[in-house]
Design a protein around this ligand. Structure first.
Ligand code: HAM
Length: 413
């Protein structure tokens, strides 16, 4: 566990303010949860057979005979808080958080027993728009901080049914090579064969080259979801690599998983990682709520940062972007242009009628809504609707949109 001394804290403050701003830029709100939770929360959420729960938690029994643990991560706590405060009933939520986490790992450069995470969690979106949005937040953070050389890998773990079919196929394949597996992999073979994909043993990695890929076991709708994410990342010019062997060390993941790694930090290569956890809310006693998020290791990020001047705009005007066209490429492009110009922009993720999108825009607290659809695309314009005051609407040529927002939003509508 590290002391952070005044000489180091200037860099921390700079990075923290960029992270906060990135959350706000996409319309995410801060959430803070306690550092201590009931041990059962982590056992049941992260999984009894994970390294974190089996070996790494700081757990103690308090004077009330209750088993408590220091949080090893914050996704489980965020889910607990959302259910406890009834925040998921017919609502969608976007959160960010930042703070210390605790894992009793073997300390080394980039791996600490108290470390800090910046995390993002979104609840209530089933479709691929939100997966793409969350990945773009990560990309924007590297870009704003001037961090280079972080590579994105993505994969899909499918539903529990597809995963089970894959698990059986992988197990059958590995059983044919049982004599060549090391002790660690043998231990995992029965209980959690997918974790063998993570093995650092070169001989095991060689065996895995010809192992079946999970992508072949996805249903057509799971495959379509994954393809949509890839398409959206491509149209936003986000570089990625599909890694069919990418699995995660926490059991709550379903469907999309992703990780940014770098070769600049030695053995601790993962800077940021996350994915979908569509079943966790329901497993914890809430109503079925699809969810997705990521967390980045701040110590690792700060190590990577070339300290640059980050200009933080201090306006708080939010723009809500509505697209009635199922192909969101245009509205995503417009939103990213506006963020480039320093505005806070919230995209309507997921399909719904214009009326519902407008309702969400109103609830978001945004100052204006931008509306685009097939006609607007054809005319190369955007409809700008004022959400406060008179609620007027006007057509603005796409090429003048940033200028329009500068003139009207920053100087007051
Ligand atoms: P995780 O992969 O366990 O995921 O951790 C996320 C990131 O935290 C890692 O990529 C790494 O940068 C950093 N990290 C983890 N352990 C340490 C350590 N001992 N020392 C320094 N940095 C570390 C999660 O925690 C999930 N809750 C992420 C998530 C959010 N998934 C969905 N929502």
């Amino acid at each position: 566990m590290n002391d952070l001394l005044p000489t180091e804290l200037a860099a921390w403050h700079r990075v923290e303010s960029t992270l906060r701003e990135s959350g706000w830029q996409y319309g995410y709100q801060e959430i803070r949860t306690p550092m201590l939770e009931k041990t059962a929360l982590f056992k049941q959420s992260i999984g009894e057979q994970t390294d974190i729960v089996e070996k790494e938690m700081y757990t103690f029994v308090d004077s009330g005979e209750e088993s408590l643990s220091l949080r090893p991560e914050a996704t489980a706590s965020t889910v607990r808080a959302c259910i406890q405060h009834g925040m998921l009933h017919n609502q969608q939520q976007r959160f960010w958080y930042m703070g210390p986490m605790f894992r009793r790992e073997r300390p080394q450069k980039g791996r600490y027993r108290q470390f800090h995470q910046f995390g993002i969690e979104a609840f209530g979106w089933q479709g691929p728009d939100i997966d793409s949005e969350i990945i773009r937040i990560g990309e924007r953070i590297w870009h704003t901080l001037g961090v280079t050389g972080v590579d994105l890998e993505i994969n899909s773990l499918g539903s529990s049914e597809s995963r089970l079919a894959y698990r059986n196929a992988l197990k059958a394949y590995l059983q044919d090579h049982v004599n060549q597996l090391d002790e660690d992999s043998l231990r995992r073979l029965d209980r959690n064969p997918l974790r063998i994909l993570d093995s650092k043993n070169p001989q095991t990695q060689e065996i895995l080259v010809r192992a079946p890929d999970i992508i072949q076991f996805l249903s057509s709708s799971e495959r379509a979801h994954f393809d949509e994410i890839c398409k959206s990342l491509e149209s936003s010019r986000v570089n990625y690599r599909v890694n069919p062997k990418l699995v995660r060390g926490l059991d709550y993941y379903t469907s999309t998983v992703f990780e940014w790694t770098t070769n600049q930090l030695g053995a601790q290569a993962a800077v940021c990682a996350g994915g979908r956890y569509d079943s966790l809310v329901e497993n914890r006693g809430g109503k079925f709520t699809p969810a997705i998020g990521f967390a980045m290791g701040m110590e690792r990020l700060i190590e990577l940062v070339k300290l640059q001047d980050v200009s933080n705009s201090d306006h708080s005007n939010l723009i809500y972007v509505i697209d009635t066209n199922p192909d969101r490429a245009r509205s995503i492009r417009l939103s990213e242009q506006l963020r480039d110009a320093g505005f806070h922009v919230q995209d309507h993720c997921g399909e719904s009628k214009l009326k519902n999108q407008l309702k969400r825009a109103d609830q978001s607290g945004a100052a204006i809504a931008l509306i685009t659809g097939e006609q607007e695309l054809a005319d190369d314009i955007v409809q700008v609707k004022t959400l406060r005051g008179d609620g007027g609407q006007e057509k603005v040529p796409a090429s003048q949109l940033v200028e329009w927002c500068r003139n009207n939003l920053l100087r007051g509508l």
